[in-house]
Design a protein around this ligand. Structure first.
Ligand SMILES: [Zn+2]
Length: 265
């Protein structure tokens, strides 16, 4: 009976083991499935719908300039932890802007155009292209910069911006618009704009100096090559999420059954 059970378990796990061996990318498939939307890309080539509103927005209680701000729950929890850590290192951070609806972005964009005689100067995202609409993007400043009218790359020289650049990935954030990536992101260097992608991806993007555009292209190409080589990404994800619960049998292998060696244990 015990042998039969072991054979059954091995037969169940073999297809998964074969697929798992094939997975050679640094990020886990379940993360790349993006079921929580943390990897959602918003830019001029990937516009969010005008009615796209994140479902789990919460009010920002982290230190902020006057006004009412919202973020997606996971991003806000990570932000609270990050602000606390920054404070311990002597950096007090303030939220300047967080979630923006499509309608607000639309107004901002057309106001900016009017101010610039109809020219898009790259400082305000096109409606649907704003990272702020994901509910995962936000602007963070130090106190001195909250008192200024507008932001610019000089903020990157402050201790607070440098702290964020060095540590925000530890909390699942990345600097969304990096210096030197303007051609790729289509947006100026913005040392204040953080984007929550989750710790696994933030760490990887930080280590490899990738913008969200580059990272998206990379992992999507990996999945395409995985499928082209005979893999089935969706089936693999499904297998990973439907593993049977371990059963406690109370049995040991004291009788020297060899089946366990199939697992390489
Ligand atoms: Zn921003």
């Amino acid at each position: 009976m015990k042998k039969l059970l072991c054979v059954f378990i091995i037969l169940c796990l073999l297809p998964l083991a074969a697929m798992a061996e094939d997975w050679g990318y640094a990020i886990s498939p379940l993360t790349l499935r993006n079921s929580d939307g943390y990897l959602t890309l918003a830019n001029r080539d990937h516009l969010l719908d005008s009615d796209y509103t994140p479902e789990d927005l919460v009010n920002v209680t982290a230190k902020h300039v006057s006004g009412h701000f919202q973020l997606r729950k996971a991003a806000h929890e990570a932000l609270l932890a990050m602000f606390a850590a920054a404070k311990e290192d002597g950096c007090t951070l303030y939220v300047k802007s967080a979630y923006r609806s499509y309608q607000i972005q639309n107004t901002m964009y057309y106001n900016r155009l009017k101010k610039n005689n109809g020219k898009d100067d790259g400082w305000v995202s096109y409606p649907g292209a704003s990272d702020h609409q994901t509910g995962l993007g936000l602007d963070v400043l130090n106190y001195a910069w909250t008192q200024k009218d507008g932001m610019n790359a000089e903020f990157g020289n402050t201790a607070e911006a440098q702290w964020m650049a060095a540590h925000c990935h530890e909390y699942g954030f990345v600097i969304r618009y990096l210096a030197g990536k303007e051609e790729i992101t289509g947006i100026h260097y913005e040392p204040w704009h953080l984007r929550y992608v989750g710790p696994e991806c933030a760490e990887y993007m930080y280590e490899n100096n990738l913008s969200l555009e580059e990272f998206t292209e990379e992992w999507q190409a990996y999945i395409a090559s995985y499928n082209a080589a005979g893999g089935d990404f969706e089936a693999y994800c499904k297998a990973l999420t439907t593993l049977p619960e371990p059963v406690t049998t109370g049995e040991t292998d004291e009788d020297g059954d060899a089946e366990v060696s199939f697992f390489g244990l």
